[in-house]
Design a protein around this ligand. Structure first.
Ligand code: SF4
Ligand code: SF4
Length: 443
């Protein structure tokens, strides 16, 4: 039978086999890296997605043999370090993903290499700190301390010191910390007065997983979500107790910490799901973590699978309500032109362009969708050694926003929004689609 160039079957993703002894075997890992790097070298489709592929192809092209066998094993990690697990290569480009016989899952291989590196103790203190979003958020949001942290993070003198001492780039935008966190703001929130309407696809009441970023850095995100949802007669309540979803630790390769976070979050979410609540979170990476990553890391955990099916992207949820005739489309204000960046971690959820679909319901509103990576990744853009590459990845997005000359711009991922803002280098702030929808409702 003639061999096909790529698979024509629907892609499937195998669970991450991280409990097997061979997962952490370095020789075994290097063999797999060599096999996959060689396929990528022959293909090169992903060259424009991120800096991991150009790094690999440069290593090959500059080697003596100009093949992967000429690349020193010690340099394999240079490629891994450039990958921030956006999943785009797997989800949007690669024809060799399972069920293709080459069985290629580039992001999961990068994750495995990161996990091996972490186990070997090679991870920088800075990276451990940057991915401790919960602990840093708790400390930095204490009143008075938040003022100090925010001042230090915006002064050029201290930023130069941070660059030298801990490797945080002076030009990277660091999010401010709020002492009035989202959980504090919503602590006494009560939506008992709302008449719940369940539909075929939704239970009509949602529990909000605030996320570290939504809680400590941009609480208005969650406030906008509550306003929009309750304007649509969907009561919102806080998840009683939450920890970081584990995505930052996943990107570090610290799978044991991912498991600790999973064990803390899943029981609390399960109680809510058992009481008929759907779950939403305002940051795409955190939704993705529960929807896709945790089920692949813990394939035998039925509770993880249940939460994966019960958590929604906010716009996915609103569109499901619309499908069932339950979305309020009585908009008071048009939005004009919106340059909207579709976040990678939302795109790879395979839910379709739901943010665009909802915003387009607003009369006299034109949505220009930008489907390119912003290069932020939560921590990649912040690190001194990667900041320039992250801005280069973001440049096509920035150019599209500039050309759109839109009334508003923004992304589902608030960090991507600020990365674009950094590239634009002008006063105009990004506006999250939830904020835009709230404006359209005039609430
Ligand atoms: S997962 Fe994203 S960052 Fe990593 S190699 Fe693929 S496209 Fe690049
Ligand atoms: S990940 Fe797949 S599509 Fe991308 S360069 Fe490698 S083989 Fe080609």
């Amino acid at each position: 039978m003639a061999q096909r160039e790529g698979s024509l079957d629907a892609p499937t993703r195998h669970p991450l086999d991280w409990k097997s002894p061979s997962f952490y075997d370095e020789n075994n890992l290097n063999k797999e890296l060599e096999r996959v790097y060689d396929i990528c070298h022959g293909c090169r489709r992903c060259v424009s997605l991120c800096n991991a592929f150009p790094t690999l192809f440069d290593l090959v092209d500059e080697s003596d043999t100009m093949e992967v066998d000429g690349v020193a094993k010690a340099d394999y990690m240079k490629v891994v370090d450039e990958c921030y697990l956006c999943d785009l290569c797997f989800m949007t480009k690669c024809p060799y993903v399972p069920p293709h016989e080459w069985n290629l899952d580039f992001p999961h291989l990068m994750l495995r290499a990161k996990a091996v590196n972490f186990k070997k103790g090679n991870t920088k203190t800075r990276d451990k700190l940057l991915t401790s979003t919960d602990a840093v958020g708790k400390l930095a949001s204490i009143p008075v301390i938040s003022n100090i942290v925010n001042t230090v993070n915006t002064m050029s003198v201290t930023r130069k010191v941070m660059d030298k001492v801990i490797g945080v780039h002076p030009d990277a935008k660091l999010p401010p910390y709020e002492s009035r966190t989202l959980r504090k703001r919503l602590a006494n929130h009560n939506a008992d007065h709302i008449q719940i309407t369940a539909t075929d696809n939704t239970n009509g009441k949602v529990a909000l997983f605030t996320t570290c970023y939504g809680n400590y850095n941009e609480p208005h995100l969650g406030e906008d979500l509550v306003a929009v949802f309750e304007h649509n007669n969907i009561p919102v309540k806080l998840v009683k107790k939450e920890q970081c979803c584990g995505m930052p630790k996943l990107e570090l390769g610290d799978l044991e910490k991912v498991e600790t976070a999973k064990e803390a979050n899943i029981p609390a979410l399960l109680d809510l799901v058992n009481e008929g609540w759907d779950i939403v979170a305002p940051v795409p990476s955190c939704v993705l973590m529960f929807k896709q990553e945790l089920p692949l890391i813990f394939p035998d955990d039925e509770n993880v699978a249940r939460i994966g099916k019960a958590i929604f992207d906010p716009f996915e949820y609103l569109m499901l309500r619309h499908k069932d005739g339950q979305l309020n489309t009585d908009f008071k204000n048009s939005l004009g032109k919106v340059a909207y960046h579709a976040a990678c971690h939302q795109r790879v959820q395979n839910i379709g362009a739901k943010t665009r679909d909802v915003l387009q319901l607003v009369p006299d509103t034109e949505v220009d969708v930008i489907e390119r990576c912003s290069g932020h990744d939560g921590t990649y853009a912040v690190k001194s050694e990667f900041h320039a590459a992250s801005m280069k990845i973001c440049r096509p997005v920035v150019t599209r926003v500039q050309k759109a000359n839109a009334d508003h711009y923004g992304s589902d991922c608030p960090m991507a929004g600020h990365q674009i803002e950094n590239g634009l280098n002008e006063d105009k702030q990004p506006e999250h689609p939830l904020k835009l929808l709230r404006m359209a409702y005039g609430i």
